[in-house]
Write a protein that binds this ligand. Structure first.
Ligand code: FAD
Length: 436
């Protein structure tokens, strides 16, 4: 026996799970296919720029982040509390009324806000802010029906909320759970998202460091091909015995329990579970000599005139992401994935073209983008697991004798969901091991 528990996958869920198990006094080996930890949260250095594997933000208001992450250690840089909206009449600002009260006048003048729409927005998100548990356990429906139900119509919905949510949820057909969406919007009301000064990869590195200090042994660059006696398609039947995992080279790591913490696209190759449906995102990283705006807010295109879902000048918030004197702009689009929803911008499965992305980003900021240099494009087919109505916030921890599964696809599709899942499964393993 090499250890008490083998954890497969060093994304946020696996890292939190392994760390909690070690804090609970168990010996843990964490086996990861890649050479670095983080899974979907990685930061690469490219030509002096620090690029996340797809644009993502960290909301410090997530309860799991508040509990298990030392946010000041990440040197989180906050974006502006609001959004810029490209309208046909110009670029307007919609600011968070409490965090950015000086923006109230500009927001009111934007033409996007009417008293009726504000009341409807309150009816939609208010219950999630005041009583989130009731929303979790209450009736659910697709988010487009949820917005219809409260009577939220007009430009606040079509030019601000829906373009913004399309980027956050990686879909624009409105099929995501309304309850899940309202709970996410609650987080935007309670916290101001940001990005660590050295990129999102700082978050998993921080969790890994904690896990290491608690005694977790890391084995990186070791893909697992079989788990706990159930042969995957690539292993010989029966080679991985109960409680053990088989590595690509044929070696084994054995423990009393195995936690499979791989992403949604890989889970069914290791355990007998269906493959969760996922949604894709595409991030374009451009370098510019001049920032197209000084604003630190995310910008959306209220006219929805192309593939762009959102764009932001990251270096206005975190200057260390680019070499001195240069500026980093990201543009996020949908990536038609394996489960293309056929929505208006999926263009029948065709990904966005660079010329279209440049044109639309240029129109959003009213600048010429032809001198922007494309540093890299990330196509992430399995960015987020689908989260349809009715909302399911949790899945069984144990799927077989001594075999457990965690990850955002088992709880909710977010940093919060991945961390909660990893912790919840660790608690289940600790309880089961203590009972045997
Ligand atoms: C572009 C993008 C934007 C996002 N934006 C946000 C955001 O703004 N806010 C938010 O809350 N969430 C966001 N997310 C979601 C968030 O990143 C994920 O929910 C979270 O990182 C999932 O963590 P995980 O541990 O569940 O899975 P993963 O990160 O997928 O980790 C799984 C790990 O398992 C490893 N693995 C797979 N197969 C094997 C094998 N056979 N053997 C060994 N190891 C294996 C993988 O290499 C990986 O390291 C975004 C995601 C993407 C991609």
């Amino acid at each position: 026996m090499d250890c008490d528990v083998v954890v497969v996958g060093a994304g946020l869920a696996g890292l939190r799970c392994a760390g909690r198990l070690a804090e609970g006094g168990r010996s843990v080996v964490l086996v990861e296919a890649e050479d670095v930890v983080g899974g979907r949260q990685r930061t690469d250095e490219v030509d002096g720029f620090l690029l996340d594997r797809g644009f993502q933000v960290l909301n410090p208001a997530y309860p799991a982040v508040r509990r298990w992450v030392d946010v000041p250690a990440l040197d989180l840089r906050s974006f502006g509390a609001g959004v810029l909206v490209r309208r046909t009449s110009g670029l307007v600002e919609v600011a968070h009324p409490l965090r950015h009260p000086s923006g109230a006048w500009a927001t009111l003048r934007s033409g996007l806000i009417t008293p009726r729409a504000v009341l409807a927005l309150g009816r939609w998100v208010g219950p999630a802010v005041a009583a989130p548990r009731r929303v979790v356990h209450g009736p659910d429906r697709p988010r487009r029906d949820g917005l219809d139900r409260v009577g939220l119509r007009g430009p606040l919905r079509t030019e601000v909320l829906e373009p913004f949510l399309a980027g956050v949820l990686a879909e624009e057909g409105g099929e995501t759970s309304d309850a899940f969406t309202r709970l996410l919007v609650r987080m935007f009301a309670l916290g101001v998202p940001g990005v660590p000064a050295r990129g999102i990869g700082a978050l998993p590195e921080h969790l890994a460091e904690r896990a290491r200090r608690s005694g977790v042994e890391f084995r990186l660059g070791e893909p697992v091909v079989g788990v706990g006696g159930r042969p995957s398609g690539r292993t010989k039947p029966g080679t991985a015995t109960k409680g053990s995992v088989e590595l690509a080279g044929g070696a084994r790591v054995s423990g009393r329990a195995v936690v499979v913490a791989v992403g949604p696209e890989a889970v069914s190759s290791l355990v007998d579970q269906p493959t969760p449906r996922t949604k894709g995102l595409q991030t374009w990283w451009f370098a510019a000599d001049e920032p197209p705006t000084r604003s630190t807010m995310l910008a959306v295109d209220g006219r929805r005139s192309g593939p762009l879902l959102n764009t932001v000048v990251l270096t206005n918030t975190a200057p260390g992401l680019a070499p001195r004197g240069r500026h980093l702009v990201q543009v996020t689009c949908l990536l038609p994935g394996v489960h293309d929803d056929g929505g208006p911008r999926s263009a029948g499965g065709v990904a966005a073209r660079e010329a279209e992305v440049r044109r639309q980003a240029g129109e959003v900021f009213d600048v010429d983008t032809c001198r922007w240099e494309l540093v890299r494009r990330h196509d992430i087919r399995h960015a987020l697991p689908e989260q349809l109505a009715p909302l399911r916030t949790t899945s069984p921890a144990r799927v077989d004798d001594g075999v457990y599964v965690c990850g955002d696809h088992r709880d909710t599709a977010s940093i919060q969901g991945a961390l909660v899942s990893g912790n919840r499964v660790a608690e289940a393993v600790l309880a089961d091991l203590a009972a045997t």
